[in-house]
Design a protein around this ligand. Sequence first.
Ligand code: ADP
Length: 656
Amino acid sequence: MTPPQSAAPPSGRWASALPYLTLPLFLAIIAALVWLTRVHDDDEQRATLINDVLWMEQNIQFKLDRNAAQLAQIGNELLSAERHRPQSIAALRQLTRPENGLVRVMWLDARGNVRGAVPPVTDGELIGETTGAVPAESTFRLAAALGHHVYGPVYEVAGGGHHFEVHVPIYSDNAFIGALVGVYSLQDLVISELPWWFAERYRVSVRDSDGHEIVSKSKVAPLSDQLNYSMAFDPPGSGLTLNITAYRPETRWIPILLIGSIVLLSGVLIWTFWQLRRQLGRRLSAEQALRSESLFRRAMEDSLLTGLRARDLDGRITYVNPAFCRMVGYSAGELVGCTPPMPYWDPEFHEQTREIHDRILRGGSPTDGLEVRLRRKNGERLDALIFEAPLIDAAGKHTGWMGSMLDITEQKRVQDLARQQEERLHATSRLITMGEMASTLAHELNQPLAAIASYNSGCLNRLEQPAVDPAELREIHDKIGRQARRAGDIIRRVHAFVRRSEPKRESLDLNAVITEAVGLIEADTRKHGMRITTELAAQLPTVAADPVMIEQVVVNLVRNGMDAMRDNPPSRRTVHIATHVDGGMIEVRIADKGKGIDPETARRLFEPFFTTKTEGMGMGLNICRSIAELHHGRLSFEPNPDGGTIFILSLPVEPS
Ligand code: ADP
């Protein structure tokens, strides 16, 4: 069975493909966002670095310019006055504070001789060393020539450190009167006085023209190789460069957390999507399997010949299959939703059907089914066998009843016909037997009547004699009475046999029935030169049976035996009847010494109307077997070891 493939509509296909397109797009956008944030972050850091460097440069520039201006101002006072004013010295001390970068200020006369210094030069210090010797001279001359302050080259001082000088020329009445020399410590100017936040963020160093680092402010942490900035350090100039490198930027937790959560959420999203896809796949295949299963079941139900009908707990029809509709002749639309009385109930059997219906709803449906008489829509009779089973839903709740219905109308019709035929046959058989028995009856009655007549004439003879012995007369009358009763019995038995059709069971001694039957047939037996011998078991248990029917069986079997021995010599013309108990059954064995039964005859023995006799009916054994089965017994036969056949009638012992 191939279930039809369900083709998804184009819009559905798009809808299902959408997540496959949007998910990568979404992830790409997230990645781009993360990247852009990072780039933006780097740009921002670089911009901040440049701003900070510019700020630093301006700061140094401002400091140098301010110092130069102050030196010029103090220089005038210092060099033009005869005596140094204490305010000027105080101002110089103020100027040589570490935050200004100046470590010493010297004032020189117009010839370049040092006239004083703050702090003063100690004895051990050499002026040449302090002033940088030759280069200092050229700076001095250059400042004098140019008329404004000039920065000298950087030089290394004893004891470590690098210094440079600013020479500020001093004029009085347009005459060069000397210069003030400010000695700067590169370390103090650039590094020591860096604000804490700057020092925290950046590594600052100064390189000479050869690229050697001469001053630095370093930290242990490794440096970022991306964020650095170099610029000419001018003033003081002379090839110095200022290098600023950002320390590894501080871990910025918020964007990291933000990106981390985006990545995590994307991961969860992908996982969820994946799980959803798997579940969807599973659900789709389950749906497909369910659809196939339901189509398979539908096909099965449609092909069924058994009618199916489901009802809820109130008896309302909730489902019928096509076979049920065909049986009753109503469509599913006409039936579903119907409540009792159903349209297919036979009005003649309304009450019985309702009773069965209520019984089923109470759960009292027998497992071997219930027979009901229904009526098709076209008015035809419908005999049905119904099996009911409870309907249990997925939660285990009893929701109704599912009934399967078999149409047994034809079967019933055949059974009825067979029963009628059998009844007719029984009647026919009785009539035939009656006809046969009429002659027997005549013969049977002849005997007692002849005996009565003979006893009567004997009696009359006695009465004519003078001395009549009353005892003798009484004896004769007793015999007459006995013969009359015997005749009456014969007539009664025949009457009962002909009149009765239904078995009338009573507690029966089979030995007694056999004796009766033998009495009935004896005359006929003698007529044909036959003999009946009996071997009846003593203390035989009783059976529950109809005496007349059982008698009929025995008579029939004995007659058949006699018929089979017609051609036998007189010595072999005996029918032997024996009874005995075998387990729970009593067996009556009727053995003849006739011609026996050949296989062909054996095969058809119990068929109705099978006979090998010219005047036979072929119904005897058939009726005998029916009677045996009617009494829950059986009729069988076997070859007689003495020649001939033994017919065995088995009947169950009556339960005590
Ligand atoms: P009918 O006696 O009218 O023929 P039955 O049904 O009694 O009908 O017997 C059917 C046939 O079975 C007989 O015609 C006969 O051929 C065979 N048959 C019955 N009993 C015996 C028997 N004891 N020995 C041999 N054949 C028998």
